[in-house]
Design a protein around this ligand. Structure first.
Ligand SMILES: C[S@@+](CC[C@H](N)C(=O)[O-])C[C@H]1O[C@@H](n2cnc3c(N)ncnc32)[C@H](O)[C@@H]1O
Length: 207
């Protein structure tokens, strides 16, 4: 087994060589993940000027930065995370657990009568390394994301969710098909090939 020291050396080498890490620093994004969302949004043209967006699992804020820039001053971005997040212009941050009903009430109050045009979720639990436990934790959170989307999305709205390839992932995606007109799987260029993450774009909520 690789020692912790050699693993962190490998990590440092990969970070230094990664063009997206350099670009992240140049462009002032808080996360490398910002590029994955940018690719998905661009390809599917999911945000317009004036869009209302809910960002679940938002800290440190790379996705919120991208969403706020695209939605513009007429739009609104509400971001939620267990962890704190430094303020971002145009982003309303809720520090809470998305499984907590109080958090849902705060989200709902932020949107008022309006509904979200887009829900984005990069939410991820802490990894234990025990596959069954990680799968159960991940799918539990994904269920909460679906539930919040079902309650917050406008008709014909879109949900973008990061998933991992677990045995139960296909059934989760099959369930989404009941609520959305179309489901697409995306693996952006900026997502590391060795990563088991995939992104699902679910369009046409409730139609
Ligand atoms: C991969 S990070 C998000 C990165 C973010 N999209 C960005 O671009 O900066 C996943 C986030 O999910 C959050 N998270 C995990 N479980 C959560 C929960 N139950 N409620 C809210 N946030 C949660 C974590 O705290 C973490 O900040």
């Amino acid at each position: 087994m690789a020692s912790r020291r050699s693993t962190s050396k490998q990590w440092l080498r990969r970070q230094t060589a990664d063009p997206y890490v350099k670009q992240r620093d140049r462009d002032g994004y808080r996360s490398r993940a910002a590029f994955k969302l940018k690719e998905i949004l661009k390809r599917d043209r999911l945000i317009r000027n004036g869009s209302f967006v809910l960002d679940l699992g938002a800290s440190p804020g790379g996705w919120s930065q991208v969403a706020a820039a695209m939605a513009g001053p007429q739009g609104k971005v509400v971001a939620v995370d267990l962890l704190p997040m430094e303020p971002i212009n145009g982003v309303h941050f809720i520090n809470g657990d998305c499984r907590d009903p109080d958090t849902f009430d705060k989200i709902s109050a932020e949107f008022g009568e309006r509904r979200a045009d887009l829900v984005i979720s990069d939410i991820a639990p802490n990894i234990t390394g025990i596959r069954d436990v990680d799968e159960a934790n991940f799918l539990e959170l994904a269920d909460f994301v679906s539930d919040i989307s079902n309650r917050m999305l406008a008709a014909d709205g879109t949900m973008v969710i990061k998933l991992f390839q677990f045995p139960g992932t296909d059934s989760y995606i099959a369930e989404l098909k009941k609520s959305y007109a179309s489901i697409s799987r995306r693996k952006p260029e900026s997502s590391r090939r060795e990563s088991r993450e995939l992104y699902v774009v679910a369009k046409g909520f409730g139609i």
